[in-house]
Structures are given as structure tokens and as C-alpha cells.
Design a protein around this ligand. Structure first.
Ligand code: GLY
Length: 355
């Protein structure tokens, strides 16, 4: 079992990564009562956790909305949850985001314990305190994560045995975020991913503990240095500017991690076009992505003009639309004023159709 501590002064918290380690939650809980919000797909794991009250949540992007927060808060009130209590959020990223935001809002904030049960949530969503819900725009479009709060958890417990029942497509999606962290971090995680593909996809516990620990350690370092994303935390968006443009296109039928995988290939192609990395690095990323059965290009070609327009009109896009996270020789870099022609070439490298 490994423990990492995210350093935020008196809001510091541990990330515990192990196999069969859910019992730790009870050793660590100091709150009088707990309310567990759990994804209704992972009921089998809830038996390991005793809570004063619990509620199943049907976690989807459509239920990740404000009315769900009110329903959860009503349940907590009925259960007598108060400021001496804690909320336990158990499930994937959606449950973690919704549970975290309910904890941030209820009685102006109660502690939240994150128990991620997907690889993506273990290495990304459960760490760093981003919580929130989607918002329905006046035109009916769902804008992802538009309403939320930074609310650091008081504990994260990642038990890799829960990954054994995870749908393989979801497991691969989690690997996409690990690849992103490997590109931003040090060579050890890259080597682990390159040499343990079978073990990771077969859910070898020891290798998964190492994968989650190393990946979480990179995320921890980034969020410690910029909790509220005023600067370097934006590096975690590597590949995501491209991914956000393609993920909502229904005919592509892409999960988030798959869109990120294509986005990472596009971002590395952009980095090469800008002269920041060489072609060998682009090939290395594509090979790694592909070796995990993740897509390296669009399953159905799309017009580059349309994709660029989607980037420009991304309602959540903050700041300039010519700002991208790219790779340099020593990791992620923020690039301003990126030429749209180079972005078009990056799209073309992943199956975008020019002119
Ligand atoms: N998932 C990106 C971040 O936490 O900033």
C-alpha cells in the first residue's frame, strides 16, 4: 500500500493506493456520522464501508446537474447530516464530482472522502479538488463542469481491486489520462506504461498500484503548485482542447478517455509542427496510445473548419482560443498565439479533412 500526501497546509490530505484497502476509510474517519453517495453500478463494494446513511446515484453526464445536488442535500438533511459529518463519494468521476460539490455546498461545506472506483477517477478526478456539475445552456446544450467549486477532499482511497469489474473500455480510458501524466511528468511512468501493457490490461494488482501511485504523484505535484488553475495547472489540459471539440460529436461515439487519446496525438502533432519536439516523439506517443487499444485518429473523418469552429465556440473555453498546451523537450508547455494553420495540420494528422 502506498500513501501520498497532497500538501495544502491545514487542508493537506492523503491519497492511499492499495489492493483491498477500503478498510482504511474507517481507520481514518473522525467524523461523527457519514453519508455515502455511491454509483449504483458498484453496489458490491459498498458493503466494505459502513455509513450512517447512504444513497445510490445513477451517474451520467445528464444526471450530473444541479437538481441532483438538491436531492442529495435533501437526503443528507433527512439523515441528520450536519457540519460534524462527512460525505463519502464512491464511484467514478461523475459521482466524485457530484459528491464533492454536494459536500462543498451542504451547510456551506462538509468534509468529503473520495473513493474512486475507475482508473480515470483514481488518477485524475478524485485528486485536486475540482468538483461540480454540468449546466444546461439556454439553447438546451449541456455545458460540462460549468458550475462548481474547488473543494479539496479530506482523504482519497484508491483500491485497485475495484478495477477488476471495470468495463475494459473504461479501463483503457483511464490509461489515456495516465499517458497524459507520463508526458507531463518523468520517464518512470512512461517506462511503466511501455513495459507493462498486458499486466495493466489484465489488472495485475501490483502493477496497477504502481501505475495509480506514479500517475497520482504527477497530478499531486501539479495541483500543489497551482490549486486554482491560475497558471501551471492548465498543463493538465494537454490534449483536452482537442478532445473537448470531438467528444460531443454523437456519430463519433467517443468516451472521454478516447477523445483524450486522439487529443494527445493531435497535441503532439501540433508540438512537432511548432518545432518543439521531433517526429520520433510523436510516433512514440501514437504507438503507446495505439498499444492500449485507444484511438489515434477520428473514427469518422471530420472537417477541420468545423473542428476549429467547435474549438472557437467552446462555451467553457477560458481566455484565448489560440492558447494550447503543447509538449517541449522537458514536458508540458503553455503556448500562446498558436497559428490556426498549425492547429489545422494537427487536426489533419488525426483524420481531420482540410478545406
Ligand atoms: N483534470 C484536470 C484538473 O484537475 O485540473
Amino acid at each position: 500500500m502506498n500513501t501520498l500526501t497532497v500538501q495544502f497546509g491545514n487542508r493537506s490530505y492523503d491519497i492511499i493506493v492499495g489492493a483491498g484497502c477500503l478498510y482504511i476509510v474507517h481507520e481514518r474517519i473522525q467524523n461523527e456520522s457519514t453519508f455515502m453517495l455511491f454509483d449504483d453500478n458498484i453496489r458490491q463494494y459498498t458493503e466494505s464501508i459502513t455509513s450512517s446513511a447512504s444513497m445510490a446515484f445513477h451517474a451520467t453526464e445528464q444526471t450530473k446537474v444541479l437538481p441532483s445536488i438538491e436531492t442529495i442535500c435533501q437526503s443528507m438533511r433527512s439523515a441528520g447530516i450536519d457540519r460534524s459529518s462527512a460525505l463519502i463519494a464512491m464511484g467514478g468521476g461523475v459521482t466524485g464530482d457530484v459528491g464533492g460539490y454536494a459536500a462543498a455546498s451542504y451547510m456551506r461545506g462538509i468534509p468529503c472522502i473520495q473513493i474512486p472506483t475507475t482508473l480515470l477517477a483514481m488518477v485524475d478526478a478524485s485528486i485536486g479538488g475540482k468538483t461540480g456539475v454540468n449546466m444546461q445552456a439556454s439553447d438546451g446544450e449541456l455545458i460540462k463542469n460549468m458550475i462548481g467549486a474547488f473543494w479539496q477532499p479530506s482523504l482519497v482511497v484508491a483500491d485497485v481491486t475495484t478495477l477488476k469489474t471495470l468495463d475494459e473500455r473504461q479501463l483503457r480510458c483511464g490509461v489515456a489520462e495516465c499517458i497524459k501524466h507520463a508526458l507531463l511528468g518523468h520517464g518512470d511512468l512512461m517506462a511503466l506504461l511501455q513495459s507493462n501493457r498486458e499486466a495493466i490490461l489484465n489488472c495485475d494488482e501490483e502493477v496497477l498500484i504502481e501505475l495509480v501511485t506514479q500517475s497520482a504523484a504527477i497530478k499531486k505535484e501539479v495541483v500543489e503548485s497551482d490549486e486554482r488553475e491560475t497558471g501551471s495547472r492548465a498543463l493538465l489540459n494537454l490534449g483536452h482542447t482537442f478532445a473537448h471539440a470531438i467528444e460531443p460529436i454523437k456519430e463519433l461515439d467517443l468516451y472521454h478517455g478516447e477523445a483524450v487519446a486522439i487529443g494527445l496525438c493531435a497535441a503532439t502533432a501540433l508540438s512537432e509542427a511548432m518545432g518543439r519536439i521531433d517526429a520520433a516523439k510523436v510516433d512514440c506517443v501514437r504507438e503507446l496510445v495505439s498499444s492500449y487499444g485507444l484511438p489515434t485518429s477520428l473514427p469518422i473523418p471530420q472537417s477541420v473548419d468545423m473542428l476549429n469552429e467547435r474549438m472557437r465556440s467552446d462555451k467553457k473555453h477560458e481566455g484565448s482560443t489560440t492558447r494550447f498546451i503543447v509538449l517541449g523537450e522537458s514536458g508540458g508547455e503553455i503556448a500562446e498565439d498558436v497559428d490556426e494553420q498549425l492547429v489545422a495540420l494537427a487536426w489533419a494528422s488525426v483524420g481531420g479533412q482540410l478545406g
